[in-house]
Design a protein around this ligand. Structure first.
Ligand SMILES: [Zn+2]
Length: 240
């Protein structure tokens, strides 16, 4: 039996906060023949420099996803204070509020960007099920999540956060999910130091050359799932 292909998505959040570091993150991905996906915060889309940069990207290499419009931070800090994962209902927006921010994102996207995304990555990766209908109504197909989304939205399963301090440390954390066919590694470019950017290169090299993982964008993974039952089963909800 042929060995299953193993994929990897590099996910970077909070585009709009620190353009210089965003550029650096993208440079490293491109320079190392990898691929990635960057989450844009909608309220920053009126920034001319950000527009120029985002419109210069090859979407087959660096794909944009929607990281909300306002990017409220409170659940994230609350999460830190109580030091455990909040139940998803803590992000207690109703359908109307979810709908309004996704609609605003789409409006600004149409106004300022020359591409249109199919993917959504919730702020702080915290969400509730009220998000599903508004996502469908606003033509989203994919969502990054630690747990299956369902309801007709395909999940890109999250695997790990890039917070290690050495390659050895990274490999140790990676070992637990080594056999997962989809591995999604999450970054926050604005928080990366020069040392961490260097480590990021080592990690890419390890995943590409030692692990032979195939770098994909969210859209590519969606396409792959149409012809690969195992990948499909990882992305679809149990009741879909
Ligand atoms: Zn964020």
């Amino acid at each position: 039996m042929a060995l299953n292909k193993k994929y990897i998505i590099l996910k970077d959040d909070d585009a709009g906060v620190d353009l210089e570091k965003l550029k650096k993150w993208v440079d490293i991905v491109v320079k190392n023949d990898a691929k990635g996906s960057i989450g844009v915060i909608g309220k920053h889309l009126n920034d001319k420099k950000l527009q120029v940069f985002l419109n210069s990207l090859d979407q087959n290499t660096i794909e944009i996803f929607c990281h909300g419009y306002y990017h409220t931070h409170s659940p994230y800090y609350l999460n830190k204070i109580i030091r455990r994962n909040l139940p998803k209902t803590e992000f207690n927006k109703d359908k109307k509020n979810h709908g309004l921010s996704l609609k605003k994102y789409r409006e600004d996207e149409r106004k300022y960007l020359n591409s249109s995304t199919v993917s959504f990555g919730p702020q702080g990766n915290i969400w509730n099920e009220n998000i599903i209908d508004p996502l469908l109504q606003n033509s989203f197909k994919l969502m990054f999540s630690w747990e299956n989304v369902g309801g007709g939205i395909h999940t890109i399963p999250l695997s790990s956060n890039f917070r290690q301090n050495s390659l050895e440390e990274f490999i140790k954390s990676y070992e637990r999910k080594k056999d997962d066919l989809i591995y999604t590694l999450q970054f926050h470019h604005a928080k990366l130091t020069d040392k961490k950017f260097k480590l990021m290169e080592e990690v890419i090299d390890f995943l590409k050359n030692k692990e032979k993982r195939i770098f994909v964008t969210p859209s590519e993974l969606l396409e792959i799932s149409k012809n690969d039952k195992e990948i499909y089963s990882l992305m679809i909800g149990k009741n879909d």
